[in-house]
Design a protein around this ligand. Structure first.
Ligand code: 0L1
Ligand code: MG
Length: 262
């Protein structure tokens, strides 16, 4: 690691304040060009520790930048991983307050809920499907704390991969009931389709993103706990939203889920 514990703590406080006060910042690697991957995840962990210290509860995890459309949109080439805590969760059809966010965007995702823990290394799609209780449609609201979404991957990881809000809903399905590679998704904003895709856009199969997450955690001596909700990553590029927008996601055979920006 290149950063001291004091610097990690200070950067975690800075980035979390940007999130909680809805103001942006420049990417942190501008001032810390030597920051490495372990530093980036240590800053993310320190942000989580601050939230837990104030009573937040971890409810799941997320993979991000798992589709070529997202990687191309952001000019990067590898997935990243983050955490989800209780107050990120919006009820089905519920409201997202834009005053609490900087420049939100939405992404259509397939969410997994595990019945068994998953641990890498060596985790693969088969192990993920065997450990999955059900899958369901989800919309992730991302909100990079970096000005104009201008960042590099280490800065994004430190910023908990832009996680902000999410909603899941529709019809939960057993993984054996749906082919997650060919399943079609339609994201609508104010009744108009704004992004279309199929599950295979996520690393060939959305379960591959969950396996990558388990292997990433396994390298750090951790696992994905049973009962976790995991967002497998945007199937399409992200779409900007503003107050007044209604967003819904339909996933073929899995119903729809929606939220409103106020
Ligand atoms: O969930 C995601 O794919 C977001 C990853 C972070 C990059 C971004 O803010 O677009
Ligand atoms: Mg996402």
């Amino acid at each position: 690691m290149a950063l001291t514990q004091d610097t990690i703590a200070a950067l975690a406080e800075h980035l979390e304040n940007c999130e909680l006060q809805a103001h942006d910042t420049l990417k942190i690697t501008n001032d810390h060009p030597d920051m490495d991957w372990d530093d980036a995840y240590a800053i993310q962990d320190a942000i989580l520790a601050r939230k837990i210290g104030r009573g937040a509860r971890v409810i799941g995890l997320k993979a991000g930048l798992t589709s070529h459309a997202k990687m191309k949109q952001m000019g990067v080439d590898t997935p990243v991983f983050g955490f989800l805590v209780d107050y990120f969760s919006v009820p089905e059809g519920g409201e997202v307050k834009t005053s609490e966010l900087i420049h939100p965007k939405v992404e259509p995702e397939i969410a997994f809920v595990l019945k068994h823990a998953l641990k890498g290394p060596g985790c693969h799609i088969g192990a993920v499907l065997a450990a999955t209780d059900f899958v369901l449609p989800g919309i992730e609201v991302i909100d990079s704390r970096y000005r104009d979404f201008k960042f590099d991957l280490k800065s994004v990881v430190a910023d908990n991969t832009s996680a902000a809000r999410f909603v899941v809903g529709g019809r939960p399905m057993r993984p054996s009931e749906v082919d997650l590679r060919t399943v079609g998704v339609v994201l609508e904003k104010n009744g108009e389709p704004v992004a279309l895709g199929a599950g295979a856009a996520v690393l060939g199969h959305p379960a591959a993103a969950i396996a990558m997450l388990a292997n990433h955690l396994g390298r750090r001596g951790r696992e994905i706990p049973a009962g976790s909700l995991i967002l497998s990553g945007g199937v399409t590029e992200a779409v900007a939203v503003a107050a007044g927008d209604n967003v819904s996601l339909r996933v073929q055979g899995m119903g729809s889920v929606s939220l409103r920006f106020v």
